[in-house]
Design a protein around this ligand. Structure first.
Ligand SMILES: Nc1ncnc2c1ncn2[C@@H]1O[C@H](COP(=O)(O)OP(=O)(O)OP(=O)(O)O)[C@@H](O)[C@H]1O
Length: 569
């Protein structure tokens, strides 16, 4: 590990910053107080550790200082040390990794750099920023290794490297040493200390007593969220009248007196700093983000064996099953099989739905920590969601085309012109698009991949039951009839039937089973094919908007710290 010595001088920050919290309080949703009356200053060139028992509020305080979360009481203000000029960035490393595991380290850093560095940054500058942070964190030798194969300590350093790309003035880290062995943890703290010596203010939370002795200042929280000590680590145990830092955790209770509130000191941010909005350099625009995120998503998908297996395997498996299930010639007007013809169309609609849903379900929840972090500063959610659809729609269209082509080649579908097959193809692609959007919505709604997997049957069952294939829509009880309007599969099934002329086959084909089926299904296939397309396109837009809205709620933007002033009680 290089550290931030003279050879890595480019790791220095351009604009050091000071952050001052005064009387900060945070109230939990249930009404309990998480933090009470906390005042402290984060200084450039200093390494501040926040310690305290589990649940004391360390992460909450870190998030408030970083602008990730707004305080309910008090103020958090920042002052960039030199007057004038643009304000420098804040870096935030949460506990979860904030890099994609499927990409080689240098590649994932290059994507992060293109997203975070100002619009118009050239390839050479991106490469030099990546080389700089790899060097600074001792990861140059691991540049070509897939992130998932790095050790825990290397991955933690890789997450820090992402943050250093923009030369942040203040770097916040939530438990950076958790899960690391003592030597690796100590090495990491030394590295952060070197970083702080170069002008960056570093704030971290930790549970490891050994970390505290390597920091400049320790802020100790009581179990009820008050700051009960703030000072150099050497004075910590003496302050509480015990021999070791470990013992401090035992003696600090809700009865421990508050730190005397002397405030953060005379050089509090000036009035100008209070009112100055943060002016980060202009980031990549919406179109640029969409193009970059599309490339990154495609790159990740191709490199992930599981996703390649799902993308290629599920259409092939479903086509084989359909071929095994249905006999040839169900659409032959001379000897039709009316019931089978309807079932073939239903299962084509369901196949298109299933491809789209399975493709979408794991897209967002598997990288939510990365999205959350990128959203804090630069990421736009519209381009992000659209990039997912852009990458997956062509693959879905290919799967739908394969399904139709194989079924036609093996005579499970009738000999018909290009216009009929164009209509069937358009229906399946729209059905897949709506299902993909539903999958993305579900993926944005859950918090982990396990929950997304559980959603699969929950989303599929109603689409089978209420599509109108097994119980025709005119025969449904009214609650089922009402629900059927919300089923994308109903509209795909109806458009397929109308596009292929199922009513005519049932009415004029030489099978006595046709007319009764026609009577039972009513005008299910009698409407224009485009009616189903409009419904499917509408659902696609609705579900994509829903995914965007859910992400906007769960992944908020960071608040400009200078503006996070809440009224004091
Ligand atoms: N959004 C929230 N809504 C309700 N309660 C919350 C919320 N965020 C945090 N808490 C509660 O606030 C308390 C402090 O949480 P926090 O994660 O800040 O503590 P911590 O000191 O970092 O804990 P640990 O060391 O175990 O990570 C906990 O009891 C937690 O359950």
């Amino acid at each position: 590990m290089q550290g931030f010595d003279e050879t890595t001088r480019s790791g220095a920050v351009a604009v050091p910053a000071r952050i001052v919290a005064r009387g900060v309080g945070v109230v939990a949703r249930g009404g309990g107080e998480i933090l009470r009356g906390i005042s402290l200053a984060v200084e450039p060139g200093r390494l501040l550790a926040l310690a305290g028992s589990s649940g004391a509020g360390k992460t909450t305080l870190l998030e408030v200082l970083a602008g990730v979360r707004a305080p309910d009481r008090g103020t958090v203000l920042r002052a960039d040390v030199p007057a004038g000029g643009s304000q420098a960035e804040l870096g935030f490393v949460p506990q979860d990794d904030i890099i994609h595991r499927d990409l080689p380290l240098a590649r994932t850093l290059a994507y992060a750099a293109r997203l975070r560095l100002p619009a118009g940054t050239g390839s050479a500058e991106v490469q030099s920023a990546v080389d700089r942070v790899l060097d600074a964190l001792g990861l140059t030798g691991r540049a070509g290794v897939r992130v998932g194969l790095l050790s825990g300590g290397e991955r933690k350093r890789a997450s820090i490297a992402v943050e250093l790309l923009t030369r942040p003035a203040v770097l916040f880290l939530d438990e950076p040493t958790s899960g690391l062995d003592p030597a690796t943890g100590a090495e990491l703290i030394t590295l952060l200390r070197d970083l702080s010596r170069r002008g960056t203010a570093v704030v971290l939370t930790t549970h490891t007593p050994a970390d505290l002795s390597r920091c400049d200042t320790v802020g100790f929280l009581s179990p009820d969220g008050r700051l009960v000590h703030l000072g150099p680590p050497e004075g910590l145990s003496a302050h509480f009248g015990v021999d070791t830092v470990e013992e401090v955790y035992g003696v600090v209770t809700a009865d421990t007196p508050d730190l005397a509130d002397e405030g953060p000191g005379a050089d509090e941010p000036t009035a100008e700093a209070r009112s100055a909005p943060a002016q980060p350099p202009r980031p990549l625009g919406a179109l640029g983000q969409w193009a970059l995120l599309t490339r990154r998503s495609a790159d990740i998908m191709i490199r992930n064996r599981l996703s390649v297996a799902v993308l290629a395997g599920s259409p092939v498996m479903i086509v084989i099953m359909f071929v095994m299930l249905f006999r040839a010639g169900a659409f032959d007007p001379a000897d039709p099989s009316p019931g089978t013809a309807a079932m073939i169309l239903f299962w084509i609609a369901f196949g298109a739905f299933f491809f789209g849903l399975t493709y979408g379900l794991l897209q967002i929840c598997t990288e939510i920590a990365v999205v959350r972090r990128e959203r804090l500063t630069v990421l736009r959610l519209g381009p992000y969601v659209l990039a997912k659809a852009t990458v997956l729609l062509p693959v879905l269209a290919a799967a739908d085309a394969l399904l139709l082509a194989v079924l036609r080649a093996l005579d499970r579908l009738p000999a018909a012109g290009w216009s009929v097959y164009g209509s069937l193809f358009a229906t399946t692609v729209l059905a897949s698009a709506a299902a993909l959007a539903l999958g993305l919505l579900a993926s944005a709604a859950v918090s982990e991949p396990g929950q997304a997997t559980l959603m699969l049957p929950l989303l599929c069952f109603p689409q089978v039951l209420f599509s109108g294939a097994f119980v025709p829509v005119p025969q449904m009880a009214w609650p089922g009839w009402a629900l059927s309007w919300a089923m994308t599969n109903r509209w795909a099934f109806e458009s397929l039937g109308s596009g292929i002329g199922l009513n005519a086959l049932w009415a004029h084909g030489r099978s006595p089973l046709g007319p009764p089926l026609l009577a039972s299904y009513g005008d299910t296939f009698g409407g224009p094919t485009a009616r189903g397309w409009i419904w499917l396109a509408g659902f696609t837009v609705l579900f994509l908007t829903g995914a965007w809205a859910l992400l906007a709620r769960s992944c908020p933007r960071a608040r400009a710290v200078a503006e996070t002033a809440a009224p004091s009680p």
